[in-house]
Every structure is written in C-alpha cells, then in structure tokens.
Design a protein around this ligand. Structure first.
Ligand SMILES: Cc1cc2nc3c(=O)[nH]c(=O)nc-3n(C[C@H](O)[C@H](O)[C@H](O)COP(=O)(O)OP(=O)(O)OC[C@H]3O[C@@H](n4cnc5c(N)ncnc54)[C@H](O)[C@@H]3O)c2cc1C
Length: 488
C-alpha cells in the first residue's frame, strides 16, 4: 500500500502566516509535501521577467528559514506542477491538495483546469480557499463590500508549525523532467525590493509607524512616492503578506488617532486591490479583449517604431522616458506615472493597449493580472464607463517634479539642461544647447503632444457616444459597479 500524503501547493501565497490552506493541511494530520513549482510555461510567458522569479526565490528562501527551525521542508522544483503531481501520484497515495484560489492569466487557468481534471480522475480532494476578499462565481456586487469588510476582520489563520510534518521526497523523483533552478534567479539585484514575509512586515511597519505621515502629499510624485507610499504591493502580489494582515495592521494604527486622513486613503486602496481583482475574476477575457466591446471598432495604429521608443524610454518626452527607465531598473513607479505611461502609449502614440499591457506587466515587480489589466484598460479608455483621461506628460512633470530632480536622475543625457527647460528641452535656444554641449538629436520629441492629444480626444469622445459603447457600458455597470457607484 502506498504511503498517504497531502500536498500544499504554493503559488502567489508565499508565506507561512495567515495561510488557511496550510493550516487546514496541518490539521488533517496527513504527512505533507509543501511544494512550489517554478512553472516553465510562466517563466517563458512574456508577462514575466527575471525580476519576478528573483522575488519568488527570495520569498521561498525566507519561508525555508522559518521551516528549518521546525526541521521541516519545502520542495522547490523547476518543472510543471502537472508533471510533479503525476509523479507524486505514482509514488504515493495523494489524499488532498490544499491551495488558495488564483485569479490569474489564461496560462495559470489552464494549469488549474488540468489539475481539476486530474483530481477528479484520481479521487483527490482539492481544497481551494478564497484569496483575500475575492469571490469566485460572483453574479453581482450587491453585498460585495459588506462581505469584503467581514473577510478582512476575520481571524488571522495562523498555522501551528510545531505540528507540521513534512516528508522529504526522494531527490531522484523529479530528475527525469525537472531542471535545476537557474542561478540567475538566485542572484540578488539591489535595485529591487527584496522578496519574503520578513521584508513585507518591515515595509508595513515602517510605513504605518513613520512614512504614512507623508502618504497623501507624496502619492502623485514619482520621487517622493518611493518612500511616502507603503510599497507593500509586491508583497501583496506574491502573497508574502495577506491583505487581511495589512488591513488589520492599519486598523491597529488608527487607534493612535494620528494621520487619520492618510490612513483612510491607504485603506481605500486596500479595497481597490480586491475590487479590481474581482472584476478580472468575473471576466478573465479582459486579458485579451476590450472591457467594453464597443471599442472593438476603434482603430488604433500599430507602429513597432513608436512602440519600441516608448518601451525603451526613448520618446524624447522627459517625464515619460524617466518613468520608463526608472521602471526598468527598479520595477516600481507610482500610480499616476503608470497611468501617464499608458495614456501616452494609447492616446498620444495611438497604439493598441495589448502589447503595452504585456510589457508593463513584465516590468512591474508587483504585477497582479486582475489589477493590471483592469487598470490598463481604464487608462487606455476602453471601459466606456470611466472618465477618459489624457495625461499631459509635460504638465505632469511640471506639477510633480518641478525642478526635474527625478528626470535628471534617470536621464543622465539631460543632466545639464537648466530647470526652466527640463520638461520641454526642445525649447532650449540652439546657442544655449551648443554651449552646454547637448546634441539637438536628444531633444526632439517623438510626437507633438498637443496635436496628438487633440487627435485622441476627438476620436475617443466621438466613440464614447456610440450606441454600442453605451449599451456595453450599461452591462458593465450592472455587473461590476458597487451599489453606491463609488468604484467602477
Ligand atoms: C496601468 C496600471 C497598472 C497597474 N498594475 C498594477 C499591478 O500589476 N499590481 C498592483 O499591485 N498595482 C497595480 N497598479 C496600481 C498601483 O499603481 C499600485 O498598486 C501602487 O502604485 C503600488 O504602490 P504602493 O504599494 O506603494 O501603493 P499604496 O498607495 O501604498 O497602496 C497600498 C496598496 O493598495 C493597492 N492599490 C493601490 N492603488 C491601487 C489601484 N489604483 N488599484 C488597485 N489597487 C491599488 C495595492 O495593493 C497597494 O500596494 C496599476 C496601476 C496602473 C495605472
């Protein structure tokens, strides 16, 4: 008779605290395999980049430190979960799989569907726990907010690690198909936030104890937001900390009765997190299609040259290029600047959102499919229910980086430009440019901002009035909008 085991399948929930599936698995008293698979299909998927796998590696290492204190083991395999599961099923009798529900891309949904079939065929119980406050199979949002608050106030699910009994699988079990973990995943890159629950808690603590005082005043600024915002997003994205833990820490901080406005603004955003993921959970087609099908008839152009210039931070518009290059190097920029990058690509350059969405996903360390696709389309103006915003990148620079400190940090070629010209360097008199040793070629913008915005404005507004966009808009409002229409 084969030895009976159960599996805890870690995905984007790389923590050992507030982990209901792990808690349930321990309580089942079956010997456990705690398993993380570096999925080859995800690694080669263009939404992902080495930055993500490094963060995952660091998160796993952090978990291992804690597990080793209890003499317990985490299996990390570079192979498809489907193959690992089949192999484990040959060697053991698998009683159950414990995991969180994942609201992911098509690629992870396909894996889940395969696992579901496998479990049915082999009579394995797959216990899936909802992730944060996101509800599977939801028909409308009538009671969503109330339920969200309830789920945030529930007890933290702390697994009793002293009762955990993991087995070590035979090292040779997976050798026929698994690859070693690429050394590049194991290299630290100092420009990125380090992964792991330990860092998640450090960031949260330093935010709630000190940095929160600067939250509202720095949220729109590309430089100040780097320390004035919580920077908790990659930890939530990869599940180093649960939304409930963050929510409850914020509630505890409120008791000090300081920074209440800042804490309120932060709290709203925690709810936005799940609000947007919920939309994607209910309609995963947003990865491929316009949210509002009425926009299928809006023709945007496709220019590889314009796209490459945007992607490489070589548009000649200082604020756009600085944000993009900062993102390449650090994996983070703030909300407003993300919106501006999307607006510039889809409105000023008049390119479709699809390719850009995939590219920015690969650059955001905190990439969350549900937030990313819904936000991207909102900024691209394809929802038909939100106000269309065409961000003027020159004005964004003047308002949020008036002296060009951020721009100069990321665009060394503009270091000598006087502050008065930093947002529109093409206006610098040629004689002055020559004296400063600046080549006119670096000062040429890719498009005329005013004309490009005008073209986009006319096309978008005309389209927004079409019957199909309006009809689709009604459907979207009925399905995704909260009763008070506070969040769309
Ligand atoms: C085009 C575009 C794509 C985006 N893609 C992502 C993404 O893939 N992953 C992601 O986490 N955020 C995404 N955002 C939302 C937002 O920019 C980031 O959550 C935020 O900048 C992260 O920084 P922070 O942790 O310091 O946020 P804080 O301002 O400190 O907010 C706390 C938390 O609230 C949540 N949050 C904040 N703003 C939003 C928002 N607008 N929508 C939903 N949740 C929010 C995040 O989980 C964040 O960590 C995107 C925004 C845009 C415009």
């Amino acid at each position: 008779m084969k030895k009976q085991i159960s599996i805890v399948w870690f995905k984007r929930d790389l923590r050992l605290r507030d982990h209901a599936p792990l808690k349930q698995a321990i309580e089942s008293q079956t010997p456990l395999v705690l398993l993380y698979c570096f999925e080859p299909d995800l690694i080669k998927n263009p939404h992902y980049d080495i930055r993500h796998w490094r963060f995952v590696w660091e998160s796993l290492a952090d978990m291992q430190v804690l597990l080793s204190k209890f003499n317990q083991n985490l299996e990390i395999v570079h192979a498809p979960f489907t193959k690992v599961l089949s192999k484990l099923n040959e060697a053991y009798g698998i009683k159950a799989i414990y995991s969180h529900e994942e609201t992911g891309l098509q690629v992870t949904y396909n894996i889940d569907k395969w696992v579901n079939r496998f479990c049915q065929e082999h009579r394995i119980d797959w216990h899936e726990t909802p992730n944060n406050g996101v509800v599977r199979g939801l028909k409308n949002r009538q009671s969503w907010v109330d339920n969200w608050y309830k789920s945030m106030q529930e007890d933290i699910q702390t697994p009793d690690l002293s009762r955990l009994k993991t087995i070590k699988t035979d090292k040779s079990t997976f050798t026929s198909f698994a690859n070693s973990i690429p050394p590049v995943f194991q290299e630290r890159n100092e420009y990125f936030q380090p992964g792991g629950a330990t860092y998640a808690n450090k960031y949260l603590k330093s935010f709630l104890n000190e940095r929160v005082a600067r939250y509202n005043s720095s949220i729109s600024k590309p430089e100040a937001s780097r320390t004035g915002c919580s920077r908790i997003s990659p930890y939530l994205a990869w599940g180093n900390i649960s939304l409930k833990e963050v929510y409850q820490a914020r509630m505890a901080a409120k008791k000090a009765e300081q920074n209440l406005r800042n804490l309120a603004a932060f709290g709203s955003r925690l709810q936005w997190h799940d609000h947007f993921v919920q939309k994607f959970e209910s309609e995963d087609r947003y990865e491929f299609e316009n949210i509002n099908r009425g926009y299928n008839q809006l023709n945007r152009t496709h220019s590889p040259t314009l796209f490459e210039a945007w992607k490489n931070g070589r548009t000649g518009i200082p604020m756009v290029d600085a944000c993009m290059r900062c993102l390449h190097k650090t994996g983070y920029i703030n909300f407003r600047m993300r919106s501006m990058l999307v607006s510039f690509l889809t409105h000023h350059l008049w390119q479709h959102w699809k390719e850009g969405a995939v590219y920015l996903a690969s650059q955001f360390l905190d990439f969350v499919p549900g937030i990313h696709y819904t936000q991207f389309q909102m900024q691209a103006g394809t929802t038909g229910i939100n106000t269309i915003r065409i961000y003027n990148p020159i004005k964004q620079g003047q308002d949020h980086d008036p002296d060009g400190v951020f721009i100069k940090k990321w665009l060394p070629e503009l270091a000598n430009i006087p502050a008065q010209y930093i947002h529109e360097p093409w206006n610098i008199p040629p004689i002055e440019a020559q004296l400063l040793g600046i080549s006119p070629s670096v000062l040429k913008p890719l498009v005329d901002i005013k004309q490009a915005a005008e073209h986009a404005r006319k096309a978008l507004w005309k389209h927004k009035k079409s019957d199909l966009v309006k009809k689709e808009g009604q459907k979207i409002l009925a399905k995704h909008t909260l009763p008070n229409r506070k969040m769309q």
